[in-house]
Ligand binder design. Structure first.
Ligand code: ADP
Ligand code: MG
Length: 688
């Protein structure tokens, strides 16, 4: 039965022979889970061949070699004149070239002397080093075998991506144990064909014979990638079918108010035709009895908020309520500042609710929501706190939707009775991917900027020119221009990251006193405060130095200069996002990409893409081709999907295949699809 295999998949690794709780938790750190399945989904990154060489002279330092040698002498190590010396087994290869095997743990020398008796031939395998004093050395070989047992050294060793405290040997031991048990549990008559094939592909990638077996286009990896895509697509299909079975009739109610035309008239500008089209698509969804599930995708500054505003006002016409959920306090306050005055014009009650609201003021807001008086609520996570009750929540708008996890979106949605859902996103996702990333959502694209916006002038400059740049922007700053100055993640460490921004801040503050600094080590309140001061038209703060923590959606129309240091360290999509923070007013804006002197020719070409186009889709496509899905979408934590086996470039055709396979009406009942959904944990699929 398949069940036995699946039970084994879900077994904690600590129950595997030789593992135990300590190792299991180390595995947990590396694998992101501690089940047998987590191990199986973690595949080797490459294969290390271990062909037997005749002489060390065929190899260079750093190579991992396997070689037959004859033991010449033993030198016991220890502490000599205050210096530690390793124990050494001096050997010679077939061509009589010397090779020394070293052990630092002197205690075990007797054991090694027994394993490597003088005059005997041995096959040893390990990383080759050279020292001036001793010549060729292998420290602590990975393998030592007699010639008769040479086959015990794998001819191809799979090397797993590892972490602290886990050796390759541990990986291969655990792998061997796991596949041994799998073979015991498989019963050819009883185990389904699909599962057998899946296990077979897994076994091939865990016991690769060459790097080709691990390449995305190998039969085995492609098979696994297809399974993964099919799991996701079938989860999406099921969500779609569930949603289509729900009803939502709010728009069929008699209109209580007549607001939408007043909304159009009250705008100080004309909507772009792309905005109008998105609004029309939303209204058409509203008119259907099935709840809406739509994504509005458009670059920063394309005017998504106004589209959302139109949708919320249309919802208010029926008497139902809307929420606009933003990822941060600052963004929520900004949306509120913009939308509230519009609502005031036609007597629509609009309120803001964030974690800052406390006590009596908060209670009053909640009462107004519960009574249905507040028609539009803008806020953060506070909007779906347990004690917040809505009279009739008809529409949920989620800004920067990937910043919210599925659980949070579900919590928000469950505050209403099958409300319509509208997601906003500034991350352009190429078409092939959108179905997997956005799941079941319909997509409206805003590919047009509001009239009167000038293209952002983008240039690249070597880092040495930073000083000249500062002098060049000084007069503009005097005339009121605001500058974002972004410092990159220098290392994986927040601390170093902060220091870079800190010292840049100190330097710029000499030129432009009253500059601001904002980085990830500051607490949220302090960060919000700096950001708000910078956004305030009247504040003296002209330059904001920050790490990439500055908010994606932040709107500072007077910011016209964006400087990005070490631009080569960012993905194109990220650079494009950062750039989008300027160019929001009617003045000419500039983006300057500073690059370090170790930039590669490819790196320069990447920056050129940015200098040449502002089309987010072109940029996203380029980024995807150059860096792959993982880089474009970030980590699992960010709410995007992260794949185990799928590779965007190599598996494009599989996307389509998996999509059409999932269109089958019986997908919910298909046992294999169900098993795959469990394997690839599809609980985080968008639209769920
Ligand atoms: P997004 O959320 O897509 O980044 P916003 O909705 O914040 O963009 O819009 C950016 C700015 O453009 C806002 O100040 C907004 O008032 C303004 N804006 C929106 N639509 C138009 C339009 N059709 N014409 C002129 N300005 C607009
Ligand atoms: Mg926005």
């Amino acid at each position: 039965m398949d069940k036995e295999v699946f039970d084994f998949f879900n077994t904690d690794l600590q129950f595997i022979h030789g593992v135990g709780p300590v190792l299991a938790s180390k595995f947990n750190d590396v694998l992101g889970g501690r089940r047998v399945l987590d191990f199986l989904l973690h595949i080797p990154s490459y294969v290390r061949p271990r062909e037997i060489l005749d002489s060390v002279m065929e190899a260079k330092a750093g190579d991992t070699i396997t070689i037959s040698v004859m033991v010449k002498s033993h030198k016991r190590g220890g502490v000599f004149k205050g210096r530690r010396r390793p124990s050494q087994i001096v050997c010679a290869d077939k061509l009589s070239a010397p090779l020394t095997i070293q052990f630092f743990n002197v205690k075990f020398l007797d054991y090694w002397m027994e394993k490597l008796p003088i005059g005997s031939w041995r096959i040893v395998s390990g990383k080759l080093d050279f020292s001036n004093r001793d010549g060729a050395i292998i420290n602590h070989p990975d393998f030592i075998e007699t010639p008769e047992n040479a086959t015990k050294i794998p001819a191809h060793q799979a090397i797993y991506p590892s972490g602290e405290g886990l050796t390759q040997k541990t990986f291969s031991n655990v792998r061997d144990q796991i596949f041994k048990i799998i073979h015991e549990r498989i019963n050819a008559n009883n185990t389904s064909e699909n599962l057998l094939e899946f296990l077979d592909a897994l076994e091939h990638v865990h016991y690769p014979e060459s790097n080709d077996d691990l390449a995305p286009n190998s039969t085995f990896v492609a098979k696994l990638a297809y399974c993964e895509l099919f799991a996701h697509q079938s989860a999406i299909a099921i969500n779609r079918n569930l949603r289509k079975a729900q009803v939502n009739m709010r728009q069929l109610r008699a209109k209580k108010y007549d607001l939408i035309n007043k909304f159009y008239e009250s705008l100080p500008f004309k909507l772009t035709s792309a905005q109008q089209r998105a609004i029309d698509e939303i209204f058409a969804d509203f008119a259907r009895p099935v709840p809406m599930m739509r994504l509005v995708q458009g670059d920063v500054g394309s005017g998504k908020t106004m589209v959302a505003c139109g949708a919320m006002i249309k919802m208010a016409e029926t008497g139902a309520q809307s929420v606009l959920l933003a990822p941060t306090d600052t963004l929520a306050q900004q949306h509120f500042a913009k939308i509230k005055p519009l609502c005031d014009k036609f007597g629509l009650v609009c309120d803001v609710l964030t974690g800052r609201d406390k006590g009596v003021a908060r209670r009053e807001k909640l009462i107004s929501l519960k009574s249905g008086r507040t028609k539009i609520a803008i806020g953060t996570h506070a909007l779906f706190s347990e004690d917040v009750i809505y009279k009739d929540l008809g529409l949920v708008v989620i800004d920067e939707q990937h910043r919210f996890g599925v659980a949070q979106r579900t919590a928000m949605r469950s505050k209403g009775n099958n409300p319509d859902m509208l997601a906003l996103s500034a991350t352009p996702i190429p078409r092939t991917l959108s179905m997997t990333v956005y799941g079941d959502m319909d997509v409206s694209i805003i590919n047009e900027k509001p009239a009167g916006r000038l293209p952002i002038k983008t240039t690249k400059l070597p880092m040495e020119r930073a000083k000249a740049l500062i002098e060049r922007i000084a007069p503009q700053i005097k005339n009121g221009a605001k500058v974002f100055w972004v410092c990159p993640l220098v290392e994986e460490s927040e601390n170093i990251d902060m220091t870079a921004a800190q010292s840049r801040f100190e330097e710029l503050n000499k030129y432009f006193p009253g500059s601001g600094l904002c980085h990830g080590q500051m607490d949220k309140k302090a960060r919000d405060k700096v950001m708000e001061e910078f956004a305030d038209e009247n504040s003296k703060m002209r330059v904001l130095v920050s790490t990439t923590v500055i908010e994606v959606g932040i709107d500072v129309p007077s910011a016209t200069i964006m400087v990005i240091e070490n631009a080569e360290r960012f993905g194109l999509a990220a650079l494009h996002q950062l750039r989008g923070r300027v160019g929001r007013g009617s003045k000419q804006s500039y983006c300057i990409l500073l690059y370090g002197n170790n930039i590669s020719p490819d790196g320069l070409k990447r920056l050129d893409v940015l200098c040449e186009t502002e089309d987010g889709f072109v940029i996203a496509e380029q980024d995807l081709m150059m860096r792959g899905v993982g880089e474009l979408l970030g980590t699992k934590q960010s709410g995007w999907i992260q794949y185990y086996f799928v590779n965007y470039r190599e598996h494009r055709d599989l996307f389509k295949l998996a999509q059409s396979a999932s269109m089958d009406d019986n997908i919910a009942k298909n046992n294999w699809a169900k098993q795959l959904r469990a394997i690839f944990d599809c609980s985080t699929i968008a639209g769920a």
